[in-house]
Design a protein around this ligand. Structure first.
Ligand code: MRU
Length: 365
């Protein structure tokens, strides 16, 4: 995707180094950071310089390679796995990528491990781009079907939550890929962007992406979705996922569940777009079993933004003594999900639906 005239992925290599965009600085500043050690990669994920399930996975894979370059011994491999695994608890793509690297390089001679891990990390990144493009094509068919019901020139209105765009993946995004392809094909599409408190990934990242791609969009507060749907202003919701269970429960950014409830009450189709690497085939009951990240209370008690003076500032919005809880994700039960948009097609949010598209993965669990 492009920022201005320059094409970007969210992660790339420069010589021996891994380059990322520090997403905590967006949309105010485009800051490129170079990662050269395991600790750099772990910090980038934990401090959310990179975030979004697929990008967390790709960064972790490069983190393994950086660790093995410094020390390829078995103990180093185990430490790197554990260090990266501890960075964030909810997105399953993290474990998926770490497992893939450990499996590929664990049986090699130590001297061959770093190069093999670096190559695999590159493959994971490239494959993510191709996968998201396929998710986009499969989701595009849904947008096209709705567009056919509209008068010429009338936009298809999509509501999305958080950022499941190219910044959350290596490129294209999951939820945004169908939107980008529709836009590129000349189909009028408009996106309602939930601001996504507390960290405002919708306002800071999704709006930034859509704007740079020229996609018509409107930023709304998180609680606007129900009202918009009651008034027929939303044709479909598309969100991403951090972990989807074998039975189709969708874990995603906090507030996704409320959008799904509002969508069901108003007969609005609600889709989650995700790659197979986001499915946790071992988990059946999302509400009971998926670990939900709880982050620092200051993300809720404060807001960060650019002041009119042009400086980025952090201001308190709650009394100093007010206790705060900060649950970062929630689980939308499969019964509220119209369908899962994957790289192999669109399926029902159910065990049969997922196993039908990914029989070899469903069998392995
Ligand atoms: O806390 P974040 O910013 O990592 O949360 C990201 C999301 O919730 C995304 O919707 C999800 O990772 C899907 S990314 C394609």
């Amino acid at each position: 995707m492009k920022i201005g005239e320059q094409a970007f992925r969210s992660i790339w290599t420069e010589g021996d180094e891994v380059a990322i965009i520090d997403q905590t600085k967006l949309p105010h500043e485009l800051k490129i950071v170079h990662l050269t050690t395991l600790e750099d990669a772990a910090r980038a994920i934990a401090d959310m310089w990179v975030r979004g399930a697929p990008l967390i996975g790709a960064t972790a894979a490069y983190g393994m390679a950086l660790a093995l370059r410094a020390d390829p011994a078995d103990a180093s491999l185990a430490t790197a796995y554990d260090t990266l695994h501890a960075t964030r608890p909810t997105a399953i793509n993290l474990r998926w990528a770490l497992d893939a690297v450990r499996e590929r390089v664990g049986r090699l001679d130590p001297g061959a491990r770093a190069a093999a891990a670096w190559t695999l990390a590159g493959e994971i990144a490239d494959e993510d781009v191709a996968t998201n493009r396929r998710i986009g094509e499969n989701g595009l068919a849904i947008i096209e079907a709705i567009a056919r019901t509209k008068t010429p020139g009338e936009a298809v209105n999509v509501l999305t939550h958080c950022n499941a765009g190219w910044l959350a993946t290596v490129d294209w995004g999951t939820a945004t890929a169908p939107v980008y392809l529709a836009h590129d094909k000349g189909i009028p599409v408009h996106v309602f962007v939930d601001e996504t408190r507390p960290r405002n990934q919708g306002a800071g990242l999704t709006a930034f992406e859509l704007g740079h791609h020229g996609v018509d969009h409107t930023l709304v507060v998180d609680n606007a979705g129900g009202h918009l749907m009651q008034h027929g202003l939303v044709d479909l919701c598309i969100v991403g996922s951090d972990r989807t269970t074998a039975l189709g429960d969708v874990c995603n950014k906090i507030g996704t569940y409320l959008k799904a409830l509002a969508a069901r009450d108003n007969g609005v189709p609600f889709y989650a777009a995700l790659p197979a690497s986001t499915v946790d085939w071992r988990v059946r009951d999302g509400v009971a079993e998926i670990p939900i990240e709880q982050r620092g209370g200051d993300e809720v008690s404060h807001v960060v933004g650019m002041s009119d003076r042009g400086t980025v500032e952090r201001v308190r919005i709650a009394p100093e003594t007010t206790p705060v809880a900060n649950y970062a994700f929630d689980v939308t039960p499969a019964r509220l999900v119209t369908g899962l948009i994957t790289e192999r097609g669109v399926c029902a949010a159910s065990e049969a639906g997922l196993a039908g598209l990914f029989p070899e993965l469903a069998r392995k669990r």
